[in-house]
Design a protein around this ligand. Sequence first.
Ligand code: SAM
Length: 265
Amino acid sequence: MFSQKVGCMKTAFNYKVRFPGEKDIQIPEDEYFYVKLKGKENKIWLHDYARIYTIAGLYEGVVSNKLDCQSPQVVANLLLKEIRLSGFDLSIARVIDFGAGCGLVGEILHREGVQSIVGIDTIPEAATAAQRDRPGVYKNYHIADICNLHPTLAADLKHSQFNTLICVSAMALGHVSPDAFAHAFNLITNGGWIAFNILQKAYKIPDDWGLYNFFSKIIKYGNLEVRIEHIYRHRLLMNGNPIENVAVIGKKWKNIPDKILSTCQ
Ligand SMILES: C[S@@+](CC[C@H](N)C(=O)[O-])C[C@H]1O[C@@H](n2cnc3c(N)ncnc32)[C@H](O)[C@@H]1O
């Protein structure tokens, strides 16, 4: 049992969580845990976010505390530092938190003075958890597939003139694809801030998800200017091994055209 260390609600976390044996967990895709609810032990896959978010404090308890995930703080703090160094006024930041989940990233930005944060995620349980555990952090929270937006929402997002995109722990493992990231990126005004983290090997070596190809191209063609690449330990795997990520902070200079995307899938 443990208490939740992240979050303005400071929910006491009173669930009993048990990890499987070390040899069962070699890669992130394999990870699961057991949690005791109403006297019964339940097996939950670590990437079954819909189920995890329905239990208040479970994501924070397992991912932030037990697996020591540092990414919301690392990426948000690097972004905030770079924004402050540039002299940009944080109070006029209009942020998309893409793959916002239960709101850990939004909470950090909000606490530091960002007033306009819009969350986007694909699962309704994420929005419900963010509203339940971090009320007031998001100006709006949309449940949507960014590649297939309803025209009204697409127009609304386009007119919002967002100047900052942050996407934390939502790439690779079949989550946010290059296509989805490009759609979010293209909602940001030219000169706006871009912040994300990604598995180090998916950023540096050609991978099954097309992320290496995608990021290499948008950097080479000047869509994204990288200001910071910071290698750090994202979190522990359940067997105790570290997962290395790169946090990237940069500026958007132009939209990503379809012709780049068509060569990255
Ligand atoms: C590991 S959680 C991270 C949540 C949050 N960013 C954080 O750092 O606490 C990944 C989130 O990305 C969301 N996600 C995955 N694919 C997505 C997509 N194509 N568009 C938007 N959200 C997506 C998942 O539903 C999940 O809530």
